[in-house]
Design a protein around this ligand. Structure first.
Ligand SMILES: C[S@@+](CC[C@H](N)C(=O)[O-])C[C@H]1O[C@@H](n2cnc3c(N)ncnc32)[C@H](O)[C@@H]1O
Length: 220
């Protein structure tokens, strides 16, 4: 089953025995989320837009959603966050994750755990952040021009090749509003070529420690 592990920046992650893969880079879960999702997507967008709708594919440990929540409060944004998760982690593992403490947000531990508990129900976490979690397979859902940002954080193509194919990526294109963008840790050539063929403008940008490049794709 799932097992708690520690990464090099001290933050926890999870090893999935079902997929035989870790949820984050061993170089650091927090530093990875900061670079791939907070800096490359959220901060890029919030430089010129304060009302932002986000689709997080792969809720997992909740780290992307939680760091986005903290950032929304800090920057006084207005964020609607929809998280999709096919295989929720066990609550006893969520309770052990050290993210609130490492992010200097111990007082937000209850909110972090509530994010894990809530599903199929809107959770207004603060003036700046509302949260909605769906337990579903992303490939079974259909959204139409609803999101400014997609955080694409499924397992890598080597573990879940079907989730990186054209039909699933086209659903993401459809889910984005015009001028929306997607970021992900994956920088594989075939993946980027597929994004381009769908209509995305694709950028290779510097990755977190241990990863030269990541991908930001725009629906211009
Ligand atoms: C790389 S982990 C990252 C999770 C999360 N972003 C985090 O910080 O922990 C990938 C996540 O995608 C979820 N997942 C796998 N297949 C999925 C699917 N078809 N639809 C939605 N989520 C899926 C996994 O259960 C796992 O939680």
């Amino acid at each position: 089953m799932n097992k708690l592990i520690q990464t090099e920046d001290g933050s926890h992650s999870i090893h999935s025995s079902q997929f035989n893969v870790n949820y984050h880079s061993l170089h650091g879960a927090i530093q990875e989320t900061q670079t791939v999702f907070i800096d490359a997507a959220l901060n890029f967008k919030s430089a010129y837009k304060k009302q932002i709708s986000i689709l997080g594919i792969g809720f997992g440990t909740g780290l992307n959603a939680f760091m986005t929540y903290l950032e929304a409060n800090k920057q006084e944004l207005d964020i609607k966050y929809t998280a999709i998760e096919a295989y929720p982690i066990e609550m006893h593992l969520a309770q052990q994750l050290n993210y609130p403490e490492l992010l200097n947000a111990s007082s937000e531990r209850m909110s972090f755990l509530e994010m894990h508990r809530f599903k199929e129900e809107l959770f207004r976490m603060s003036l700046n952040f509302s949260f909605y979690k769906r337990i579903a397979f992303f490939e079974d859902l259909a959204y139409d021009k609803e999101f400014d940002i997609i955080y694409y954080d499924a397992f890598a193509p080597s573990s879940q090749p079907k989730l990186w194919e054209r039909n699933v990526l086209s659903k993401m294109y459809q889910a984005l509003k015009p001028n929306g963008l997607l970021t992900t840790f994956c920088a594989k050539g075939s993946f980027k070529r597929c994004l381009k063929s769908i209509g995305f403008r694709v950028e290779a940008i510097p990755g977190p420690i241990g990863k030269r490049e990541i991908t930001r794709a725009h629906k211009d």
